[in-house]
Design a protein around this ligand. Structure first.
Ligand SMILES: [Zn+2]
Length: 289
């Protein structure tokens, strides 16, 4: 009996010792599992590209564009549609997965011919901001309405970047109030009507300010015209923990005005992957998009 008792107590002692030794590892494993379950992300950068042919100050090369998409994937960041981000922002819902949005501006022909096929390879959603004036029925170069209809049918988001791609945030000195109003209507109301009449089932809900110029009166006019969100090029991420603001800022990834596009891009990934820390955690997104 005494011998058996000794064996049992030795065994118990060994088990305790083992548990004690393993405790830090167990604790770490549990902590990281818990962190994965509870981490939430509130900063969502919107990336803005232009030209994908590597020429000119607004462009990135095709190889570079692909590299950025690969780096997004390698860093565990998800690309979500702009429309989903709007829905999350309206309800102040934080995200379970670090996320970014991809947008491309202007009417470069390589958007439909080069950028869209690369995005399709990655299964990444994107919003393209086109302006009316340079879109033709059958252009030799540039973008056609058929291109836009095809992109829309493929699931890409087509949104408005004005009629003429000129600055109209203020009246010109020689303009009367009526003249200015007519000009603004063409840029924001007529352009919306043309997009929605040329592309079946298109809902134009977003407006990207040409060259990033905006003003408070113009913002009021755009909201009256039925836009849900307005996009600038002021470099700031969308913050899902703050009250909804229809002005969304974006980061331009290009050579012009951006001294180091790679560093700018890396900064966006850091914003996206920074966990939210606050006592008051907003409601969390539960589903995928
Ligand atoms: Zn533009």
């Amino acid at each position: 009996m005494g011998e058996r008792k000794f064996i049992y107590s030795s065994l118990a002692f060994l088990l305790c010792l083992l548990a004690y030794q393993a405790a830090p590892f167990l604790k770490r494993a549990l902590d990281s599992a818990e962190a994965d379950q509870t981490s939430q992300f509130h900063l969502v950068p919107i990336l803005c590209f232009h030209n994908i042919d590597g020429t000119g100050p607004y462009s990135v090369s095709q190889e570079r564009f692909r590299y950025y998409l690969e780096e997004i994937r390698n860093s565990g960041v998800r690309v979500i549609p702009l429309r989903s981000l709007v829905a999350q922002a309206r309800e102040n819902r934080l995200l379970r997965t670090p996320s970014v949005v991809i947008t491309i501006d202007d009417d470069y022909e390589n958007i439909a011919r080069v950028a869209a096929p690369i995005l399709r390879e990655f299964h990444y959603p994107a919003t393209f901001f086109f302006y009316i004036q340079d879109i033709g029925e059958n252009p030799r170069y540039g973008t056609s309405w058929d291109d836009l209809r095809r992109l829309h049918a493929e699931g890409f988001d087509i949104q408005n970047h004005s009629y003429s791609h000129t600055a109209f945030h203020h009246a010109l000195p020689e303009e009367t109030a009526a003249m200015y109003q007519a000009r603004v209507d063409r840029e924001i109301v007529l352009s919306k009507q043309i997009f929605e009449s040329k592309i079946p089932d298109l809902d134009v809900y977003a407006f990207a300010y040409p060259m990033g110029y905006y003003s408070a009166p113009l913002r009021a006019r755009l909201m009256d015209a039925g836009y849900e969100i307005l996009l600038t090029t002021d470099a700031r991420p969308v913050d899902l923990s703050r009250p909804f603001d229809p002005t969304f800022h974006r980061y331009t990834i290009q050579k012009y005005f951006v001294r180091d596009p790679e560093a700018m891009f890396r900064l966006q990934l850091r914003y996206a992957t920074r966990p939210y820390e606050a006592d008051n955690v907003a409601r969390t997104d539960t589903g995928d998009h």
